[in-house]
Design a protein. Structure first.
Length: 89
């Protein structure tokens, strides 16, 4: 949704095309971002993450393309935590 919103904003403010769905897209994007923040907080509390980690994951959803890096890092940490230590492979 962020990429679609960015395209709409570029069309509106740089190209000068008043793209009518941009208002609806902006509202949907804002709602989904709030859902993302609540889901991140819920996951962080259940997983007993530190506050800096929770805020980092939330920030990952704010900066374009940072979410890919943050998601990869968190996934690696979860997989490392799931691996049993001391058992043969």
């Amino acid at each position: 949704m962020l990429l679609v919103l960015c395209v709409g904003m570029v069309l509106k403010y740089i190209v000068g095309v008043d793209w009518w769905p941009s208002l609806v897209i902006a509202q949907i994007h804002g709602f989904l971002y709030m859902v993302y923040l609540v889901a991140t907080m819920n996951l962080g509390m259940k997983a007993r993450w530190s506050w800096p980690k929770i805020l980092g994951v939330m920030l990952g959803g704010t900066v374009p393309f940072l979410s890919f890096y943050v998601e990869r890092r968190v996934t690696e940490q979860i997989h490392q935590a799931e691996e049993p230590s001391g058992s043969p492979a």
